[in-house]
Design a binder for this molecule. Structure first.
Ligand code: GAP
Length: 478
């Protein structure tokens, strides 16, 4: 992955995926789509436009409610999320400055206390969330990136939606938003999809697509960016089923991470949203969190949205969004359980979960570190690499033929002739290829090749005409 517009110094909060990155990302999206849509009778897909009528975002509550509290530093011009600022405040003296820091890194605040508040020690200070420090005068607070007190502005609400102009006309009438979530395209199309597919409630509509948020602070690589992708599913249900369906989808979605993406159970956990932190549309919500190197962080939210969105769109559009069951003739406004996962966060999780380093003795008998990405074969950018032992035509011809056959059989295949076999193995280990196949001089005689397994480094000799079948079985039984 590369920062967007890198040669111009980079655009913050936007990322480009290179050849291997896009394969990993695409595989993650395919896994989700197969699991959520193709393997279910009662979930169908759609692909909505990024640009939607501005009224959508008024009805959804995003115009009035989708903000984060923003604090500016007049000195450094840096911006912070007020709800993510913490202060060291002296426990008894009001004449001393307070030191604000961003949650992830208290070290700069500690070194400033030593430098600027001589005669006191960090133990004399208490740490409080700035938001909760009632009565604290901001004039006493030294911002995270400055040494002077009083440079932080009072917090103000900052709407996270990007605005753009529709067509050639300037002015407020033509102002529209880039969607901050994919979900609304599903809600406004509920009736179109239901009527054209003849699905009966309960059923779901799923979508993968880009979303945009003008985040105040972007951080941790692709974890929080301003342009990202979501994989969302809205499951429409009768009004009395929300609690039971919420629990059901929580379980389904947690199992997906372990069973389909191969993430270990210990690295995953639930983070329920306390009632005072619920999004404006949610009746109940819990995040699936992964243990990243920077701590436990959300990768997906499961939300009980009630009938908030359909009711709002009915009210604002004047269209009837209710559902009449063709069998019972009952009419009701369906409630919705939403599963909302980030593609980019899943990519980052997959990378963090797969990375390991192993000490071993190399080809030249020196100790070396072997870096590995132990991806599940479902998501590995390359499934199999095929190597001729030497560049001689007698080996490259048949091994290239084998590579083409594996590719035609649906395996993501790479053919590599450069460097020693050991180097070629290392290259594939580093990008997470689960299998390597070597065609050597004996292969010409015995019509067999060596399959080498990434994680165990075990090697097995397999007949040429059985390679595809053996690899497919290994992937199935992983
Ligand atoms: N429709 C509900 C919704 O959008 P959310 O919790 O705001 O809920 C859902 O977002 C998921 O989208 C998150 O769990 C995360 O994976 C991803 N996401 C949200 N904001 C993001 C950002 N700025 N950068 C990358 N991924 C983001």
């Amino acid at each position: 992955m590369f920062q967007s517009s890198e040669i111009y110094g980079g655009l913050s909060g936007a990322w480009d995926y290179g050849p291997l990155g896009v394969e990993l990302k695409q595989n993650i999206k395919n896994c989700w789509w197969d699991f959520m849509v193709r393997s279910r009778e009662n979930v169908v897909g759609m692909d909505g436009a990024i640009l939607m009528a501005p009224e959508v975002w008024v009805a959804s509550g995003h115009v009035s409610g989708f903000h984060d509290p923003l604090v500016d530093c007049r000195d450094t011009k840096k911006r912070y999320r007020y709800d993510q600022l913490y202060v060291y405040k002296h426990s008894s003296r009001d004449d001393l400055p307070c030191f604000a820091f961003t949650e992830s890194d208290p070290a700069p605040a500690l070194s400033k206390i030593k430098k600027l508040a001589k005669g006191t020690s960090p133990e004399d200070y208490e740490i409080i969330a700035l938001e909760k420090a009632e009565g604290l005068d901001l004039a006493r607070v030294i911002g995270p990136d400055t040494n002077d007190p009083g440079t932080l502005t009072e917090p103000r609400q900052f709407n996270l939606m990007f605005k753009t102009q529709l067509g050639a006309v300037e002015g407020e009438a033509a102002e529209i938003y880039l969607r901050p979530e994919t979900a609304q395209a599903i809600f406004v199309n509920f009736k179109n999809v239901q009527q054209t597919t003849r699905q009966r409630v309960p059923f779901g509509i799923a979508q993968i697509g880009k979303a945009f948020r003008n985040e105040i602070v972007t951080k941790s690589f692709i974890f929080r960016s301003r342009e990202f992708e979501q994989m969302e599913m809205q499951f429409f249900i009768p009004p009395d089923e929300d609690e039971e369906r919420y629990e059901e989808w929580r379980e389904i979605r947690m199992n997906y991470y372990t069973d389909v993406l191969g993430i270990s159970k210990e690295k995953l956990d639930w983070q329920p949203h306390p009632p005072d932190k619920l999004a404006h549309y949610a009746k109940a919500a819990a995040d699936i969190a992964f243990e990243f190197p920077m701590g436990w962080q959300e990768i997906e939210g499961i939300h009980n949205r009630g009938d908030f969105d359909l009711s709002q769109h009915a009210k604002h559009s004047g269209k009837d969004m209710s559902y009449r069951d063709p069998v019972t003739n009952e009419t009701f406004m369906p409630k919705v359980i939403e599963t909302s996962a980030g593609v980019d966060r899943s990519v980052l999780m997959a990378l963090c979960a797969a990375f390991s380093e192993v000490e071993e003795v190399g080809e030249d008998h020196k100790r070396e570190t072997r870096s590995l990405l132990q991806f599940h074969p479902n998501i590995a950018p390359i499934s199999v690499a095929v190597f001729p032992l030497s560049k001689k035509d007698e080996l490259t011809g048949p091994s290239l033929k084998l590579a083409n056959e594996l590719r035609a059989a649906g395996l993501r295949t790479e053919f590599d002739v450069t460097g020693s076999i050991g180097k070629r193995y290392r290259r594939q280990d580093e990008v997470g290829t689960p299998f390597c196949v070597t065609f050597d001089f004996d292969s010409l005689e015995d019509q067999a090749v060596t399959i080498r397994h990434r994680d165990t480094m075990e090697q097995e000799r397999v007949a040429l005409d059985r390679v595809g079948e053996v690899l497919a079985r290994n992937i199935r039984e992983w």
